[in-house]
Write a protein that binds this ligand. Structure first.
Ligand SMILES: [Zn+2]
Length: 79
């Protein structure tokens, strides 16, 4: 049974509830009668624009010494 997180927009009351997939979504706060909003995922995670720094991890795994590798490979055929 999936767990849904709701949050009241009026009193800021957040709670989790076990619902069937076919069950209707809750729209009214049980404590204050305000409007509920369904919350997906973690509350602390927010994706605002470009928040990822992928260039940082890519440059770290990139091989830097490419000139020295080709240099030593060319001088081995001399016998
Ligand atoms: Zn409320």
């Amino acid at each position: 049974m999936p767990t849904y997180s709701y949050r009241c927009t009026a009193c800021d009351n957040a709670f989790d509830i076990h619902q069937q997939f076919a069950d209707a979504s809750l729209t009214e706060c049980s404590s204050c009668g305000g409007q509920l909003r369904k919350v997906f995922g973690n509350l602390g995670v927010t994706f605002n624009g470009t928040g990822f720094y992928r260039n940082d991890s890519r440059s770290a795994s990139k091989p830097v010494s490419s000139s020295s590798a080709s240099e030593s490979g060319g001088t081995t055929s001399g016998t």
